[in-house]
Design a protein around this ligand. Sequence first.
Ligand SMILES: C[S@@+](CC[C@H](N)C(=O)[O-])C[C@H]1O[C@@H](n2cnc3c(N)ncnc32)[C@H](O)[C@@H]1O
Length: 254
Amino acid sequence: MSAGEQPRYGTWIRSSRLRVFAGLCLLALAGCLFAVVSPWFLLFLAPLGIFGYITLILALTAYRLGPRGGDFQRRIHLLVATSLPAPGGSALDVGCGSGSLAVKLAQAHPALTVTGVDSWGDDWEYSSAECARNARIEGVADRVSFQQQCGSALSFPDASFDAVVSCMTFHEIKENADKTDGVLEALRVLRPGGTFVFLDLFGDRSIYPDPGKLCALLGAQPRPLTELMPLPFPLRHPKVLGHAMIVTGTQGNR
Ligand SMILES: C[S@@+](CC[C@H](N)C(=O)[O-])C[C@H]1O[C@@H](n2cnc3c(N)ncnc32)[C@H](O)[C@@H]1O
């Protein structure tokens, strides 16, 4: 890593979202204080409780994912990167965010060239420039590159990569009503015999209602993240990472 400059890997909790809920919380609190001696007090109390709870969960999640709270986001990326069975050749990271996983893949596998793709839409705080900066600072810019692409329709021909990874992205692809379509698209660009590691909310039945279909297309059974990495509160909460599962497999075992 270059001396002085530090990589920037924001957590999965968007600070804009945290600010919105904290603002709503303050408004409800102000309402409670103004109406403290009137029946209107109760009108503000319920929103204060709800927005306060959401703000607390979001803030604690961001803390736990970040370096001061146990660095769970980095540890999850390391788990995905090291779960890939020692590949050389080329790898694709679908939904690479800040480039953290792509960088860790390159660091864990010195013979690997990594491409990270992401849509970098307005509702996220990551960017291609930030990814390139992080790869440069981490000393892997010669083997890691980034492209803006939509995970629902990758521009790469079939069987382009020796390995494909993705972390917490398939459920975010708005273009796919059926979130297994993102998994299929990622597998399309993986060569026969190539390996994949996917981590997503595969255990959430509101996102992936048919576990049988998921297992059939993966050719492998996803494992709960909590089996491999004990998660503290609130990360183990079902609305946070309680439904996160990881799956490793080989193209052709389907
Ligand atoms: C929870 S973040 C995970 C980022 C990264 N994989 C990581 O583990 O840090 C979800 C990512 O999905 C990306 N994303 C959302 N919709 C996408 C799409 N249609 N195509 C590609 N990436 C998308 C977002 O830009 C964001 O970077």
